[in-house]
Design a protein around this ligand. Structure first.
Ligand SMILES: Cc1ncc(COP(=O)(O)O)c(C=O)c1O
Length: 286
């Protein structure tokens, strides 16, 4: 597998990351995952803009990572993934320096890593068709969830709790509000209106979330960005998670209890099909 590391393409086994890398020592870095459909990089610019946003707020010193789009294309080509479903993972850290909490001075060059892998959507397709189980969990994350940092310990613990409860995703609750999943945004349907948490420092501004909200505007589906209180969720007719690898996946069971019909609802199905058509239009190839 050919990957990209600090300016060069190389075999993955040749990558050598210093134990003094601040990504290793402090999780002082950011990541992104872009989906490639038959070689078409989906929402690449939006993902790289989010990386720039994170880099600005982390004061990484460098904020323009637009060259990563061409690097992603090169990785697709070098790994012969042009006709495949794939993901491209990017990670940028503050770089290598003697361990000390404050920023190193002078600033080291950021460490940049990118890798493209084939993405098997079989399991995801089954989940999209039948829906998944989710749990709710207290949000113990920090108050800058708008940055996609590699510091994912609360997300890992929450997702593991989901697995231990025979569920596939955990929805974070803060002050009674259902914010988002461990690796997805959360949406629910109330009276035919698609509702999702407003953008804030408590959620990641999901690229899929934004794409779906745009699709809804095109399809005349009513949308509200407002808090969803857990105490009101019984009034919803549908729940779903959305994300780059998740796309639109309905939730049919919450906290071990079947939700409503226990089957994917009409809004989730409509969004799944609009999402697929959106990709078809963009790629012209599916
Ligand atoms: C916490 C969190 N929220 C939401 C998302 C969905 O974001 P996107 O649609 O950009 O993949 C992710 C994706 O990894 C995530 O980690």
């Amino acid at each position: 597998m050919i990957v990209y590391f600090n300016g060069k393409f190389m075999e993955k086994e040749q990558v050598s990351i210093s134990p003094d890398d601040r990504g290793f020592l402090f999780a002082d870095g950011l990541y992104e995952v872009i989906r490639s459909y038959n070689g078409y990089l989906f929402q690449a610019r939006e993902h790289l803009d989010r990386l720039s946003y994170g880099a600005t707020h982390l004061k990484l010193g460098r904020t323009d990572f637009s060259e990563l789009e061409a690097i992603a294309r090169e990785l697709i080509s070098r790994n012969r993934l042009e006709s495949e479903d794939a993901t491209i993972y990017f990670q940028v850290t503050r770089g290598v320096a003697k361990r000390s909490h404050a920023f190193p001075s002078p600033a080291p060059a950021p460490t940049i890593y990118a890798a493209a892998s084939i993405f098997d959507s079989t399991a995801g397709d089954k989940k999209r068709k039948n829906g998944i189980s989710a749990i709710t969990i207290a949000d113990t994350r920090w108050a800058r969830c708008d940055m996609k940092t590699t510091a994912l310990t609360p997300n890992i613990l929450a997702n593991q709790a989901a697995v231990e409860n025979d569920a596939q995703e955990a929805i974070f609750i803060r002050d009674g509000v259902m914010l988002e999943g461990t690796h997805s945004n959360f949406m629910a349907v109330f009276d035919d209106v698609l509702v999702t948490a407003p953008l804030s420092n408590y959620i990641l501004g999901g690229i899929t979330r934004n794409f779906i909200l745009d699709l809804c505007r095109l399809e005349n589906i009513r949308v509200e960005e407002r808090p969803i209180f857990e105490k009101d969720i019984h009034l919803a007719s549908e729940m779903m998670i959305v994300g780059t690898t998740t796309e639109v996946t309905p939730i049919v069971k919450m906290n071990h209890t079947v939700f409503k019909t226990g089957k994917p609802g009409p809004m989730a199905k409509a969004l799944q099909s609009a999402y697929r058509s959106g990709i078809e239009t963009l790629t012209g190839s599916l």
